[in-house]
Structure formats: C-alpha cells, structure tokens
Design a protein around this ligand. Sequence first.
Ligand SMILES: Cc1cc2nc3c(=O)[nH]c(=O)nc-3n(C[C@H](O)[C@H](O)[C@H](O)COP(=O)(O)O)c2cc1C
Length: 174
Amino acid sequence: MSVGDEMMAIFHRRHSCRHYLEREVSEEALAFCLEAVALAPSACNRKPWQLVTVRDPELRLQICRHGLLPGIPMPWLAGAPVIMVLCARRELVTHRLAPLFSGIDYLLLDCGIAGEHLVLAATALGLGTCWIGWFRPRYVKKLLHLGWGVQPVALISVGYPAEPADSISAARGE
Ligand SMILES: Cc1cc2nc3c(=O)[nH]c(=O)nc-3n(C[C@H](O)[C@H](O)[C@H](O)COP(=O)(O)O)c2cc1C
C-alpha cells in the first residue's frame, strides 16, 4: 500500500467514537499523538495550543457531571479512558491585532489543526476519538486550575473503540 493509500485509509477510518473499551491508553501512544500535534502548522508558528491529559477517573467524572452543556446527552464520555483538553493561548500580535485586519481567528484555526493532528495520529494507532465542543470551558478551566490566558476550546475523548472502525466504515457504506 502506498503512503497516500495509507493516509487515505486513516482518513476513512476516522470517525467519532462514542463507545470505548476499558483498556488503558499507554503513555507511548499519547506521546505519539502529542508529537503529531507538535508538528502542526500555525500562524506565525506560534503553536498557541496546550493539551491537558485527563486520565484521573474522579476528574473525568467531574467533567462528565458538570462540565458538559445540556441538550446533547453524552453518557458515553464517562467510559472514555482519556479526555484531552485542547486549550488555546491567545497572544497579542497574532491573535488579537492581526485578526482586526483580516477578520480571521487564527487562534481557533491553529487549535483546530493541532487537534485534528492528534485525532489522525490516534486513528493511525487504532484508537478512537471524539471532538466535543458542547461543554463548559469555564468550569473545565477552574477544575483543572488552568493558568491565566489558557482557554479550553475543545475536549477530545481518546480510547480503544468498542466497535472496530472497519465495521463502522462498512455501516457508512465506505
Ligand atoms: C468542533 C467539533 C465539536 C464537536 N462537538 C461534539 C459534541 O459536543 N458532542 C458529540 O457527541 N460530538 C461532537 N462532535 C462530533 C461531530 O458530531 C462529528 O464529527 C460529525 O457528526 C461527523 O461524524 P464523524 O466524526 O463520525 O465523521 C464535534 C465535532 C467537532 C469537529
């Protein structure tokens, strides 16, 4: 299989995983994903993201109980062994002044690219992920004692899928 075919297979395999096995995710696997994040491009090469790995069951429970917004039930999140909290660090020139001229939010754009690097690297390892945007950033920031200027912009659940990706691809007709 060519590298192009392998990459395309990863894109096809990636889907939002909402059902995880209890199996632990190793530090090596997470380091692999974080290396992919570190290679992401960003405006002015600021790399304005920070990822907080939440493995602790009590913290994950608090996020599930109080950190999600109502309307989209996500009971499955409690079963994800890892929640990555994707945070943004806004800087003056690139993220406050430049957008005044262009109207483009480089900070969120950069964080989105970085988060997807994580997701695709995780997919390559056979892990499942799901982006979660329907959450309470202020609650999560307080819970995790995040510093001034560090703003959670998404949660990404990570774990081994309870359903093999191939069966989901097949169900989606791919
Ligand atoms: C920025 C963003 C926020 C999302 N927020 C949520 C969410 O709060 N809860 C959820 O279950 N899925 C969430 N999703 C997952 C989308 O619903 C999902 O990506 C979309 O339906 C396409 O399905 P697929 O990922 O399986 O291809 C989010 C995805 C993105 C990119």
